[in-house]
Write a protein that binds this ligand. Structure first.
Ligand code: AP5
Length: 220
């Protein structure tokens, strides 16, 4: 059993590392950002309601995001654990999660604003399977084409420079205080990613050894 969070500012690499860790650890990667974007793409009533928040880089209201997350966590593939990416983002979301589960581990990805800006302004996402690329650091084999499924790659609407700045401000005001919440619970471990070109596999290996250590220490 491993219930863990990948925590960090926008562009820290949460999605990049969580998708790889999911394969290595055999537990699902659950990104509330992906859930929000899927809901918008499907043009559901809820999707239309949350579109503006996501595109402006603002947080979707807690009650909506919690409902979406609970729906996902109730699926059978979460029974052996999960990797959360993008949740929680506010103290009230963290408190709601505490009511449902005991978490085993929170990985806090430490990255500077300068690297975040470089990463996000060069990020490409596959419109079909959601795989993440980067024009500087993780280029697809063929320009604008997904290596995995052949889908078209495009930039996210919220990766425009003014929206990135807004997301960073919101992270500092509303999400960063959670570091204290999880430090006090004794589950937070820091990982530092200050090198723009560090291969994702090196960071994944570091997180993997923390997971193994926590599992051995707590007999999970
Ligand atoms: P979300 O999708 O969660 O956005 P975010 O937290 O801002 O995170 P990002 O997806 O931008 O960054 P990331 O850390 O996953 O970085 P990535 O791996 O792509 O949320 C979007 C929106 O949904 C929110 O603004 C909000 O409206 C809503 N929402 C979601 N959750 C919510 C919640 N709980 N409450 C309320 N609203 C919510 O990496 C970035 C780039 O760097 C990529 O190009 C990648 O290829 C590259 N890269 C990263 N690491 C490396 C590396 N080691 N080497 C080479 N390239 C790398």
């Amino acid at each position: 059993m491993m219930r863990m969070i990948l925590f960090g500012p926008p562009g820290a690499g949460k999605g990049t590392y969580a998708s790889r860790l999911s394969t290595v650890l055999g537990i699902p990667h659950i990104s509330t950002g992906d859930i929000v974007r899927e809901e918008i793409k499907a043009h559901t009533q809820l999707g239309e309601k949350i579109r503006a928040y996501s595109e402006k880089g603002e947080l979707v209201p807690d009650d909506i995001i919690l409902e979406l997350l609970k729906r996902r966590l109730n699926k059978p593939d979460c029974e052996e654990g999960f990797i959360l990416d993008g949740f929680p983002r506010t103290i009230s979301q963290a408190e709601a999660l505490d009511q449902i589960f005991n978490l085993n581990l929170v990985i806090n990805l430490n990255v500077s604003d300068k690297i975040v800006m470089q990463r996000l302004s060069n990020r490409l996402i596959c419109d079909t399977c959601g795989a993440i690329y980067n024009k500087l650091t993780l280029k697809p084999r063929e320009e604008s084409v997904c290596d995995k499924c052949g889908g078209r790659l495009s930039q996210r609407k919220d990766d425009a420079p003014d929206v990135i700045q807004e997301r960073l401000d919101i992270y500092r005001r509303r999400t960063k205080p959670l570091i204290i919440h999880y430090t006090n619970k004794g589950v937070l471990r820091n990982v530092f990613c200050e090198d723009l070109m560090i291969p994702p596999e090196s960071v994944v290996d570091e997180i993997r050894s923390i997971v193994d250590h926590v599992r051995n220490a707590t007999c999970l």
